[in-house]
Design a protein around this ligand. Structure first.
Ligand code: ADP
Ligand code: MG
Length: 327
């Protein structure tokens, strides 16, 4: 084959693969957008494990009719201007890729009304091609509907796991965001069944009781630690309350859910020899540190970060957990 430049459509579908791997990744990107828009209420409807429909409605700041098309364009963002901004970023998004990516692999509808807007707008994107924007009367906020995900990339559809697994991934994701953002009311429905509802009252232990049951929530130890600009809060389980895998160790850095095995290891070390072999704690730790000490741009789905001073953060997590365990 001679060298040729890929069509925009194919390039978008390939790029989408980095951000949108499965229904849960769509939920993550859309929920993060809602949080970035300052939503105090996020309602999520999933049908057939997200294959048929993923719909996320928020009451955030919304998008004005004139900006609807830009919102779904690749590399279009309201959150960043220069690469330098990455090191003091306060929002979860910054790549301007999620909506474009999702819209290129689904039947996509964006409905929104801006806070100061008199009228809302609807934009439908089919196979990456935006149709004309229509004006509609809707409340302030944004609704994104993603139907028939991967309808035009059948190879990717084949990589999806069975519905139960995909549903569990979504439940686990929304559960974690609900814990991380207790001031936001989350409602999650799978096939019209309410799976999760939080009050938005800001009480993490209350959220935890809803997720794990009141007994576990009661036993969890509160973490509350601050030193040298690093703040660690959240909950860890006592030695007597463990799981057979690490899946219940949840780490957020500056409001971002990350998978970081070194940080998990730091937490495990805090338990020292007290955990039996093959047993792991339940933990939800929310770590805040100066934005310039974290590089958030090392992973397309932003699930990994890099620290300027990793040792300092590991040590803070360990001391935070040890202190919680002593009380
Ligand atoms: P990013 O979040 O990286 O900026 P996205 O593709 O996810 O990129 O979104 C593009 C832009 O669309 C955002 O920068 C934001 O201005 C707007 N947007 C997306 N979702 C929402 C939402 N739920 N509420 C308000 N604005 C939104
Ligand atoms: Mg985004």
């Amino acid at each position: 084959m001679p060298i040729h430049i890929l069509s925009d459509e194919v390039a978008s579908q390939i790029a989408a693969g980095e951000v949108v791997e499965r229904p849960a990744s769509v939920v993550k990107e859309l929920a993060e957008n809602a949080l970035d828009a300052g939503a105090s209420q996020i309602t999520i409807h999933i049908v057939e494990a997200g294959r048929r429909l993923i719909e996320i409605a928020d009451n955030g700041t919304g998008i004005s009719p004139g900006e609807m098309e830009l919102a779904v364009a690749r590399h279009a963002t309201s959150k960043l201007n220069s690469a330098e901004d990455l090191f003091h970023i306060q929002t979860l998004g910054f790549r301007g890729e999620a909506l474009a990516s999702i819209a290129s692999v689904s039947h996509f509808t964006l409905v929104s009304r801006a806070q100061d807007g008199e009228v809302g707008a609807r934009l439908v994107v089919e196979g990456g091609r935006p149709l004309p924007v229509e004006r509609v009367g809707v409340p302030v906020g944004t609704v994104v509907r993603v139907e028939n995900l991967f309808y035009n990339v059948p190879a990717r559809l084949k990589f999806l796991k069975r519905d139960l697994t995909e549903r569990q991934q979504i439940d686990a994701l929304v559960t974690r965001y609900a814990l991380a953002y207790p001031q936001t009311r989350f409602h999650l429905f799978q096939d019209d069944r309410a799976v999760l509802q939080t009050s938005g009252r800001g009480d993490r232990r209350e959220v935890m009781a809803g997720l794990y049951g009141p007994e576990i929530a009661r036993q969890m130890l509160e973490v509350n630690f601050a030193d040298e600009g690093i703040n660690v809060s959240g909950f860890i389980s006592p030695v007597a309350l463990t799981r057979s895998n690490r899946k219940e160790i949840t780490l957020f850095i500056n409001g971002r859910w990350v998978q970081d095995s070194a940080l998990s290891a730091a937490l495990l070390q805090a338990y020292h020899t007290l955990l039996m072999v093959g047993r792991y704690p339940i933990a939800a730790l929310f770590i805040q540190l100066p934005a310039e000490d974290v590089d958030v741009n090392v992973h397309p789905a932003k699930a990994e970060v890099r620290f300027r001073n990793p040792d300092k953060i590991f040590s803070a997590v360990q001391r935070a957990a040890r202190r919680a365990a002593r009380h």
